[in-house]
Design a protein around this ligand. Structure first.
Ligand SMILES: Nc1ncnc2c1ncn2[C@@H]1O[C@H](COP(=O)(O)OP(=O)(O)O)[C@@H](O)[C@H]1O
Ligand SMILES: [Mg+2]
Length: 286
């Protein structure tokens, strides 16, 4: 599997771009799309899913232009939109059977597949209750299940971990790791910890542009040896922030522990182990 996004822009109106001159390529594995709200994550995923068309540029799946031939993508695609909606009166079995019918999936294997997904997403016990009574996290898991019904080769999850509790996140992660053996999986989030335990590669984006892409290690290495913590007096924070790239602050009484990037590390700074969060904040702030 290979996905190539080449010079793609999405223009919503005369002055508003959702995505600008965006290029990215991936082969099999899990790609985490990381960016603050408004970065263009959903815009990008919708275009890959062939729900919307780029204003410029092309998208290729295994060298096939999916803007000209959207069915080539759709046949192999699983997609969880950010604003995924359910039919509240249907139970999980009915809803997934319905979604399967829309996707043209049937046969003997279908019930087995539905049970497998409900099991993996911990929904078996509630599967006969109407989805309208489910919690946000349960609805989200139904959304994840419907995306996987057709054994997709390319799976797009737009903010999949919203509403999931820590235990559900672990289950989701396990399911995705199993899935990702010979597929492309792209998941978006604005929360670093949702991505860092699961993604092979990370793409950091902001304001419609790709800022960096690489393995977690490559991205973390961009700030390696430059992350420090310093304890300063509360009143010194403004001055400090003017002269340093501040990543994070923790207040304790009249002192502040400041985590920051420094090229030199001079003064009373304690060196820290760089994390993906540090690299993300550095890349999106600078
Ligand atoms: N239908 C639309 N019409 C106009 N602007 C839009 C539309 N959809 C998204 N945008 C704008 O495009 C930018 C990217 O949005 P989006 O892709 O939803 O970002 P993200 O998913 O990263 O939060 C934002 O500035 C958003 O306001
Ligand atoms: Mg979004």
């Amino acid at each position: 599997m290979r996905l190539d996004i080449q010079n793609v822009s999405k223009r919503y109106n005369y002055k508003k771009y959702g995505l600008k001159e965006y290029s990215l390529s991936i082969e099999k594995g899990i790609l985490g799309l990381l960016g603050p709200n408004g970065a263009g994550k959903s815009t990008l995923l919708k275009m890959i899913a062939t729900i919307s068309k780029p204003s410029e540029g092309i998208i290729l799946l295994n060298k096939n232009n999916v803007i000209k031939d959207p069915n080539y993508m759709r046949k192999q695609l699983g997609y969880l939109p950010q604003d995924f909606g359910v039919y509240p009166n249907l139970n999980a079995y009915e809803f997934l059977s319905y979604m399967a019918a829309l996707k043209g999936i049937g046969g003997n294997q279908l019930n087995q597949k539905i049970n497998f997904l409900l099991e993996g997403l911990n929904l078996i016990e509630v599967a006969k209750k109407p989805i309208g009574n489910y919690s946000g996290g349960m609805k989200q898991r139904i959304g994840i299940a419907q995306a996987l019904l057709n054994n997709p080769k390319i799976v797009l999850f737009d903010e999949p971990t919203v509403g999931l509790d820590p235990e559900e996140r672990v289950r989701f992660r396990n399911l995705i790791s199993e899935l990702a053996n010979d597929c492309i999986v792209i998941l978006s989030s604005h929360i670093v910890s949702d991505i860092d335990t699961i993604a092979d590669e990370v793409a950091i984006m902001k304001e419609g542009r790709l800022l960096s892409q690489g393995t977690q290690k490559t991205i973390v290495d961009t700030v390696k040896g430059k992350v420090f913590e310093t304890i300063i007096a509360k009143e010194d924070i403004h001055n400090f922030a003017n002269n340093h790239i501040v990543l994070n602050t923790i207040r304790k009484k009249d002192k502040i522990t400041v985590r920051h990037i420094s090229e030199t590390g001079y003064g009373q700074h304690t060196p820290c182990t760089a994390t993906l969060e540090d690299a993300y904040l550095y890349t999106t702030k600078k």
